[in-house]
Design a protein around this ligand. Structure first.
Ligand code: ADP
Ligand code: MG
Length: 354
């Protein structure tokens, strides 16, 4: 097991870099603590796989260092790093049985027959592969093959970290749920560092203690699911996490005051900077209430999901979504709304101003 540190890491797939777009990763600094359960969350193309491949040694970073327990590993190859990496699509030996596929990584390490047998059966049981252990892998469904791939990653107990790169993409939705809780359970049991890559916020938030959110090659925030929800450090985290996401609306910021729709909000912010290119106010739909006075809005649409109502309203600055209890009486026509001050944030060029 190891603590993994990425220091001033940047990566580009092109030889000459002219703009930010030429960098797949930009200035990544992070400590993955020993034994932690992490999710790496971000949309397709934001650099997740590139980051995993740099940790495992499949890729040499353009700049920066990879350290395991403070020891520089940047120039070591994947085998020397002792890492288990599970890819998006199954990597297995079709002509071998399920059992032999699972046993393979252990045979390579020179474990005894008995140790191998115990391990293989334990992992097979966990992944519900027991009844197919002696079948040829070739005959299995995509689901079944990916379960073997997972098993091959989980079977070794001497790895520094287990990394999963969107491993449930090919898995049927019902089984997805089962496997996800199994992985979580397994993490609690073996307490090994795990990094779980996904573009799905639900998967990330249910698996991890710490979620690392990536956007256009940068880490924009690392935090617990609650922290990401309650205080997004970047507008991207605000709208990517939550359903519906945070409302991000244009506002004026001057001399420590936020002016929105001609009204000064009670929040005080601490910035001397008055030359942001974009200034915005962020408020989650959960933290907006209908009120006697406040910001004037027009009600556009109400969708009742049973558990709550999503209300779309419009003001001069744009459209706003409000999440109300099912029992809330929604005014029709025009109304006034107010923002819960505690969860209202100002953003300058997309980063939070505190
Ligand atoms: P993710 O896993 O989050 O979808 P990737 O790490 O695969 O993102 O890709 C990040 C960026 O790097 C994307 O713009 C992608 O097009 C580019 N990229 C990924 N792999 C390569 C490659 N082998 N050669 C050139 N560009 C690549
Ligand atoms: Mg990827």
């Amino acid at each position: 097991m190891a603590k993994i540190t990425l220091k001033n890491l940047s990566h580009s797939y092109v030889s000459k870099q002219n703009s930010n777009e030429d960098w797949a990763l930009r200035d990544i600094n992070i400590d993955w603590k020993d034994g932690g359960a992490y999710a790496l969350l971000g949309p397709s193309g934001c650099g997740k796989t590139t980051l995993l491949n740099i940790i495992s040694g499949l890729l040499r970073p353009t700049k920066g260092e990879v350290l395991f327990n403070d020891k520089d590993m940047t120039s070591l190859n994947p085998v020397e790093r002792d890492i288990a990496q599970i890819f998006q699509f199954p990597v297995i030996y079709d002509t071998m049985t399920v059992y032999d596929n699972l046993a393979f990584p252990l045979k390579n390490r020179g474990l005894s027959e008995i140790e191998i047998d115990t391990k293989v059966k334990e992992i097979g049981e966990m992944l519900e592969l027991t009844s197919t252990l002696h079948n040829k892998a070739a005959g299995l469904t995509a689901d079944g093959k990916q379960k073997i791939s997972l098993g091959r990653g989980l079977v070794r107990s001497d790895v520094n970290v287990i990394m999963f790169d969107e491993p449930l993409t090919v898995i049927d939705p019902h089984l997805k749920w089962v496997l996800r809780s199994k992985l979580k359970e397994l993490h609690q049991k073996i307490n090994r560092t795990m990094i779980y890559v996904t573009h799905d916020q639900i998967e990330a938030l249910t698996f991890a203690d710490q979620v690392v959110v990536m956007h256009e090659g940068q880490i924009v925030q690392t935090g617990t699911p609650v922290e990401l929800f309650e205080k997004p450090k970047h507008t991207f985290v605000g709208h990517f996490i939550g359903s519906p996401g945070m409302n991000i609306l244009p506002c004026d910021i001057k001399n420590g005051q936020i002016t929105f729709e001609g009204k000064i909000l009670p929040n005080k912010i601490n910035t001397m900077k008055n030359n942001f290119k974009i200034t915005q106010v962020g408020i989650r739909p959960e933290f907006i209430n209908f009120s006697k006075d406040g910001i004037e809005v027009k009600i556009k649409r109400v969708s009742d999901t049973g558990r709550h109502k999503v209300v779309d309203v419009e003001c001069r600055s744009g459209n706003i979504k409000i999440l109300a209890n099912s029992s809330t009486k929604i005014p029709s026509g025009s109304a006034h709304i107010s923002f819960d001050q505690k969860y209202t944030y100002a953003y300058g060029d997309n980063w939070i101003i505190e």
